[in-house]
Write a protein that binds this ligand. Sequence first.
Ligand code: ZN
Length: 832
Amino acid sequence: MPFTPVAVLDPERLKIAAERLCRVFGIESLHPHQEEAGQNILKGISTLLDVPTGGGKTLAFWYALFYHWEPGNTEKDCQKIVLVVGPLVALMEEQAKGLNAKGIPAIAITSNSPNIEQSLTDLGQNKYRVGFVGPEMALSTQFHEKVLNQVEFTRNIICLVIDELHCVWEWGNDDFRPEYRQIVQLLARLPTGLPILGASATVPYHVIKDILANLGLPADCARVEVSNEKLNVFLSVRILQHEPESFADLLVLFSDEAEGPEDFLQTLIYANGRQEVEKIQDFLRDNAPSSVDGKKAFEFYHRHIDEDQKENIQTRIKSGELRGVPTTDALAQGMDFQTIMRVLMWMKPRSFLSLVQKIGRCVRDMRLRGETALYITKAMYTRCCAELEILRTEKEAAGKEDSAAGSDDEENLEEPPDRDLALALQNMSDEEEEVAAAPAKRQRKGKGKPKNLSPMEERDQRYFLEYITTTKCRRLVWNRYFGNQRKKRLNISVPVGPCCDNCNPEAFGVPTIALVGERKLKTGRKGLSSPELESAVRKKLEAVREQIVASEYPNQHFLTGNAILTDDVLDTLAKRARLVTSIDTLQQQARWIHASRYGDRVVTAIQEVLVDFPDLAAVERETQTAERAQKILDVAAFKELRSRLVSVFEGCYNTVFAEMEEDSAGVDSAPTTAGRKRKKIKEPRRRCQIFLKLPRRDVRTSIFRIMRCSILSQVWPDYYELIKEPISMTNIKTLSEKTTHYTTIDEYRADWHLMFNNARQYNVESSQVYQDAVYLQEIFDSKLYALSTEHKLPGHELLPGAYFVLHMASHSNVKLNQITYRLRREHKPRLL
Ligand SMILES: [Zn+2]
């Protein structure tokens, strides 16, 4: 039986439907997107509804229902049905419960249901206005027979909602719940022409087409899209100051001023494994200030805890009793927690999408503000930088082969060149990326086994890496990922506040986390003596106890040392010698009844032995801590360096252009000393545009990359170890066999001189190339000299500036590109 849409929408009934809905759900008015999506359904138009968490997605589902029906209405013709397919049992059960409480007969039929058969029969007999089922249930034979084959059902169903639509992409493509991909089979069993409402809060822009195709919907089906940027949360990425195993970085969550549990923002802490979440709970409990009862306030959650406990935790989150819940992905997917004010992610989640979903759970109410942070180690951060570089290099390589390829939709979404050079760098790489015609599966460099990523997964990863490593606003990455620029915005006034740690570093304020109360950190194996130390201490202590016996009990020959200092205490002390620094610590390590009397002697004896056994591990640890601290400082220095480099660029730019102008004006008009007008193009924006208009994409790319590398190299000297790609002329002259790693300006100059010389040697004096080379060399040398003296920069810091000079020169009227390319073509063996 085909579905019959409402032929002409009655404005009066629409108005009444909206009013009923508002009344039943206790809201003031509907959002435009809710009405639009609801009306599409009534008209029989399948629609993609992409609305962020907190945007009132579900009301759009019920709007169409309320056009026909309202709670309490028993007229036969009005008993319409909305069928919702969703992935999450708990969420569906909760939704059904909520609807029933509002007088809307609804049922969630899941594996938990007490009487599945009866429930299905009831749904088929049109006893419910809303039915929730999982994809597995929806595709079962039972469902087919008891529901889909029932005329009562097919005559009255008005819409199929596929909730959490992104799961079609996210879950359907592997072994995990493959049914989500087979949903299209369900469509075939429903009345023809039945509209589908696909709803999601986090559907990545690039997978929409894929999802629609999977559902057999046209790519241009109606879309109601609202930007999912969560302007009400602060985004940040935090680099751990301590070993991850210590969890010490979480100490920052506790405020000294906390007067009670309420002062601890209600927080979800996502970690990637159950052991981790359990340890985090212990850590929080152990370190909670006295005003907070750790046992009550912190509780872990993962899927291996029993159902009662899960329910208990969810209730306590809602009541606000639980202040911090370390959890795996198991918690809160789709669950409606209104009170979470802070979401932390302990180490990288598996995908960018997953990160966004987690952040989506923070502060559902868009009128409040919250905060989120991703905690990663410095090593992970460095690795992200390197991986991103690799991905970009691969993209560039792929892009070069078919740079003529048509532009992706996505291309148009890139933000325009903006304020400073760094953004130009960023744009550049984005622009290069568009060739999504990436080889489908490829082996990637990296640790261990090669990963096979689909182009979509690779894109997700790339965005994730960008999100982590960007020095610009993190929201830019987020918005590009979801194509938010082209979507509507929620009509809610969000309170103003800091945006992200890059935009508002002042709001980021991470104090240095000092480890106080070290007793809480387990000594572990680190404190144990080496066998040599152990035996040395043992010998020494045996001697000490003999001395004690000899001096204190001179004539008592029956008294052995063992009576004063028993062998087992002695053993323990020998094993833990490093931890014995005072009588107190001695007592902590071994309970010795004579400690107060002879403890001093023992401690002194142990300390004497330790002099000969320096603790290499501790020295190592100290060095590591110092190095880590240094790296954190380096990050700050990096920002400063960047601004310094930008000013170097500006200087270069202005001087080069001024000189060009003098040259060209020189003949015609005598220079006037004071009145000479220097054309200075001040706005960085314009310079970026010039950059982006440079003719040869690969030269441009190379230069950007070199500049980026140069900057990076100063922050992470080991960076090159990771990417295995030295800064060299190879980046410009892609065919070169040379692999010099420039560290000084002299090496760099030498290489350029070689090129200039070649240009002269292989071209006649009257040729353009020859003249360009002469001219360029002059500028090059004088600028380098001027720059190095003016800015008092060491040679390697000057590299980006030098590239800049050279490139600007080439762009204006000295045709460096021509030189490079002619040389490459003509003298390949020798120079390139
Ligand atoms: Zn920002």
